[in-house]
Design a binder for this molecule. Sequence first.
Ligand code: SAH
Length: 256
Amino acid sequence: MIADLPPLVPGSVWLVGAGPGEPGLLTVLALHALTQAEHIVHDALVDERILRLAHPAAVLEGMGKRGGEASPKQGDITARLIALAQAGKKVVRLKGGDPFVFGRGAEEALALADAGIVFRVVPGISAGIGGLAYAGIPATAKQCNSTLAFVTGHDQDGDMPSAFDWEALARGVEVIVFYMGLGKVEALVERLLAAGRRPDEPMAVVSRAATAHQRVLESTLGNLVADLVQSPMTAPALIVLGGVVGLRARLNWWQP
Ligand code: SAH
C-alpha cells in the first residue's frame, strides 16, 4: 500500500465514493477507509463485494435513498452520522460513484460542518464517467464534443427539473448525460426534441454499469421511447445523448 495514508481519526466522518460497481474501481484511499472504519453507513447502490472489504469488526448499516421505495429521510441520515461521530466512532459514509455528484454528499458534508464534525471527502469514479466507459462510450472524444453536461432527472421533489433552461442546454452542450432519468425518459426526450435536438442523434441507456448485470440499449433520440418498450431497462441507469454513443460500435471493450 501507499505509505502515509491519512488515518481515520475517532470522532470523524469520511464521505467515501465507492465508484460505479466493480470493486477494482475503488480508490486506494477508499479501500484504506473501509479497512479502518468502525462504522460504515452505506447507501443502496454499493456492491456487496465492496462491503465485504470492510474490517471484519466493522458495523455495516444500510441507509440509502432509492427512487420510488421507502427510504430514510436525508435528515435521519445526517443525524445518524453526527451521532456516531459524537460517540467517538471512526465513521465512513459510503456512497455509490462520487459522493459530490448527485449523491447528497454535499448536504451531508454541510451538516457535518455545521455540527463541527471533522470530515474528509474521498472522491470516487462517478457513474457518468466510469459507467459510460464500461459501456464503451467515452464522455468526450475530439471528433464529437468539447462540452459535456451531467443533468439530474430529479429535482428535490423527485420531479423532472423544469427550472433550468432546456433550450440553452440543448443548444450549448453536445453530450448530455442524465442521472436518475429512467423514470422520466418520455419527458426528457420530449424536452430535448422541443428544444431542437435532432431525432436521429445517437442516444443510449446504460443500466447497472460496471456490474455483472450491465446492459446497454443503443438507440436514437427519436426511437428511444419505443425501443425501451421493446427492451425495458432497470435502474440504476444512465441516459446519454450525443455523438459519442456512436463510437460504441468500435469501443465496446467490456463484456460483463
Ligand atoms: N453519486 C453517484 C450518483 C448517485 S445518483 C455517482 O457519482 O455515480 C443515482 C444515479 O446514478 C442513478 O439513478 C443512475 O443514473 C446513476 N448510477 C449510479 N450507479 C450506476 C451504475 N452502476 N450504472 C448506471 N447508472 C448508475
